[in-house]
Design a protein around this ligand. Structure first.
Ligand code: AMP
Length: 424
């Protein structure tokens, strides 16, 4: 089969790595890809959001199956465009991608299907939003309705902070959020958990647990990022909890979407919070998490391609995924300044000193110029390893990082700390 992967981050590198190992894969393309992906796929210089040119490329190259990594292309309707032209694609339609594209839509699906989530109100008028905040007090959470690249959520610990977030989201153009509708919701407490299921419109297959660290700083403090590292398994997800989440959140969503006439296919990634009253849904994403995907791919033992195609074909009920019992860890190396302003173009050296039997490096924002590897984004490398335990995998990752010479980058030293602390 001729496969096209859309995206150019660490998630897509790990997907390309898994797909390239499939006996079904004859040719692999990636748009736009990065300096690591180009070693295993032919990279095509088309942006992941340029859906018209991606479609033209897929037609020209007679692509059999397209795997879409990032949410923006999904929300824009790349899967509809491709399937309308007879090209199979993994991921939800634009209508189904609204589970991530609009928090208001997601909340409505929750309401219609009795799915536990934070109590909320939706606003387009900032005076009404501010009155609601003053009435309910802090802590309170302010969210942009639409996609905001991880910048659309403020967990406000004071009324002033919440009021400021309303001004930023409804009036400032800083994050391109201006004029967006807002969701204001109750603050929930409990441990957070990411939960992934592969969905084919009717059936849902839970994946093994993988957990990321969103905050930039060690000890999970500081501003949120796209993710500074991830580990799998996450012991908090017991078999009983998995069943409870499937029964009370995932299946009601899948059947609720089908009832609305917008069946969901692809990866349903639920951001959950484990409250005293049980698991509640914070948000849905409609694609693999990045960097959780990297550790999932390290642990996946089944051929990934038939599973992704089964999601498209609606035959997941005949499927089972096999996973390694090993643990996996990935640590993100990011450019100094990330998630704020950072520079690109610095040289990353020393990757050749790393034993590729022990450690896998998935590239995120990288490019090559004159045979030099250059940083080309905020998150630049994902250093990954497997081991009998998370601690063993983590030791291998940090030993490899010590060999990487990149003074313009930083990383967290404590990925997986909750699990390691509770094991010791
Ligand atoms: P989201 O993009 O909706 O997952 O929000 C990003 C982060 O904000 C989450 O991972 C939580 O840490 C936090 N958060 C979002 N909603 C709430 C809430 N209702 N209560 C407490 N924390 C929240």
């Amino acid at each position: 089969m001729r496969i096209l992967v859309i995206g150019g981050g660490g998630r897509e590198h790990s997907l390309c790595w898994a797909i390239s190992a499939s006996p079904l894969c004859e040719s692999l393309y990636c748009a736009p890809g990065n300096a690591g992906i180009k070693n295993i796929a032919e990279c095509v210089p088309i942006s992941a959001e340029d859906t018209d040119n991606l479609l033209l490329f897929a037609i020209k190259k007679q692509i059999d199956f397209v795997v879409v990594g990032p949410e923006a292309a999904l929300v824009k309707g790349i899967v509809d465009q491709l399937t309308n032209h007879g090209i199979k694609a993994f991921g939800p339609s634009a209508a189904a991608a609204m589970l991530e594209g609009s928090k208001g839509f997601m909340k409505n699906i929750c309401k219609l299907n009795n799915i536990a989530t934070a109590k909320y109100c939706k606003f387009t008028d900032h005076n009404l939003a501010k009155n609601y905040i003053k009435k309910h007090g802090a802590p309170i959470v302010v969210k942009a309705d639409g996609l905001a690249s991880g910048k659309g959520v403020t967990v406000a610990h004071s009324i002033d902070e919440a009021l400021q977030a309303v001004d930023t989201m409804l009036t400032d153009d800083a994050f391109g959020l201006a004029g967006q509708a807002l969701i204001i919701e109750e603050f929930l407490t409990g441990e957070e958990l990411s939960f992934f299921a592969l969905v084919d419109g009717q059936t849902a297959l839970p994946l093994v647990a993988a957990q990321d660290h969103k905050a930039v700083g060690e000890g999970d403090i500081g501003p949120n990022t796209g993710g500074m590292g991830a580990y799998s398994p996450a012991p908090v997800l017991t078999k009983d909890l998995e069943t409870e989440i499937m029964d009370s959140i995932i299946y009601p969503t899948v059947s609720g979407m089908a009832k609305e006439g917008i069946p969901f296919k692809g990866i349903l990634y639920a951001g959950l919070i484990l409250t005293e009253e049980g698991p509640k849904l914070l948000e849905y994403n409609v694609r693999f998490g990045d960097p959780e995907c990297q550790v999932l791919m390290l642990r996946l033992r089944s051929d990934i391609l038939p599973a992704l195609i089964a999601s498209y074909d609606g035959v997941l009920d005949k499927f089972n995924l096999r996973w390694s019992n090993n643990a996996a860890v990935t640590v993100v190396m990011a450019a100094n300044g990330y998630p704020g302003n950072y520079k690109t173009g610095s040289e990353v050296r020393g990757l050749e000193n790393i034993d590729s039997n022990e450690v896998i490096i998935f590239h995120a924002g990288t490019k090559t110029e004159n045979n030099k590897l250059l940083a080309n984004g905020g998150r630049v490398l994902n250093v990954c390893a497997s081991g009998d335990t998370i601690l063993e995998a983590k030791v291998k990752v940090y030993a490899a990082i010590d060999k990487i010479d990149w003074p313009q980058g930083f990383y967290r030293r404590d990925i997986g700390w909750r699990v390691i602390e509770s094991d010791s």
